[in-house]
Design a protein around this ligand. Structure first.
Ligand SMILES: N[C@@H](CCC[C@H](N)C(=O)O)C(=O)O
Length: 261
């Protein structure tokens, strides 16, 4: 069997993208894990299927898998990349609505490669002295730190991700965030990749909302990830957030055909 694929990246968070409007690609954990493997497969932090949606308002549906091959919750950078892919396929022009696991998302494309994605409303942020937990479509632990470069993300991220606190609901993504003036710098340990990725969209969104609460920062908040710069716009009412938008680059990198034995 041969699979036609495209490779996309959003601030260095990279995805294998497959047009599955035919429904021919069947979910298979081992296969997806292999396709995402950087040495034996194509390579990616995740794999995304663009599929037909049964919801009348939606132009298409996004089905997201982490690099471990398992279907997961919302992916913000993947959401921005699939919008660019839908435009490339001629499904949309520069605005759309699509279905994802956490509901319908509006999105728009500006210029060559900036994709703005509307995220879910956030009503619930759990705060402790240095940390916050919130769900922006995926679950995120935010730890505010003073020296981001010094953190061993693999060790400290895994320790929190596998801690008793997150065992009950399948773990969380762990974000280390340093506030510099009113901007944020972030590094993320991603669940399902089980390593640091170059950017995580739902994590960047969560970091911006947590920082707005903790440090009274106003929208928009600029966030520097290892793989690029994004911004988050929102409307805040006390500890509730609406009209949350994640904005940043999303690009096609290459396309190809892979033989599946
Ligand atoms: N890279 C993503 C987050 C993908 C989901 C995450 N790994 C999880 O399983 O929670 C993003 O850009 O949001």
């Amino acid at each position: 069997m041969q699979i036609n694929f495209y490779k996309y990246q959003g601030a260095g968070n990279d995805f294998v993208m497959i047009d599955n409007r035919t429904g021919n690609f069947k979910n298979d954990t081992k296969l997806i894990n292999w396709l995402c493997d950087r040495r034996f497969g194509i390579g990616g932090d995740g794999l995304i299927l663009l599929e037909e949606s049964s919801q009348v308002e939606a132009h298409f549906k996004m089905t997201y898998f982490n690099a471990d091959g398992r279907q997961s919750t919302m992916c913000g950078n993947g959401g921005r990349c699939i919008v660019a892919f839908a435009q490339f396929l001629g499904i949309i022009k520069d605005e759309c609505i699509f279905e994802a696991i956490d509901g319908l998302h509006e999105a728009s494309i500006e210029g060559d490669d900036i994709v703005n994605l509307k995220m879910i409303d956030v009503d619930d942020v759990t705060q402790s002295s240095q940390d916050c937990f919130l769900d922006t479509g995926s679950p995120h632990h935010i730890k505010f730190v003073d020296n981001l470069e010094a953190i061993n993300i693999q060790v400290e991220g895994a320790a929190l991700r596998y801690s008793d606190r997150y065992k009950t609901f399948g773990g969380a993504n762990i974000n280390f965030v340093e506030v510099r003036n009113s901007d944020l710098n972030i590094r993320t340990y991603e669940r399902g990749v089980e390593a640091e990725t170059l950017a995580c969209g739902t994590g960047i969104t969560a970091a911006a909302l947590a920082a707005a609460l903790k440090f009274n920062l106003e929208s928009p908040i600029h966030v520097k990830a290892i793989g690029g710069d994004l911004s988050v716009n929102f409307r805040r009412q006390a500890s509730r957030f609406k009209d949350v938008w994640l904005n940043g680059p999303a690009q096609q990198v290459f396309k190809g055909v892979i033989d599946v034995k």
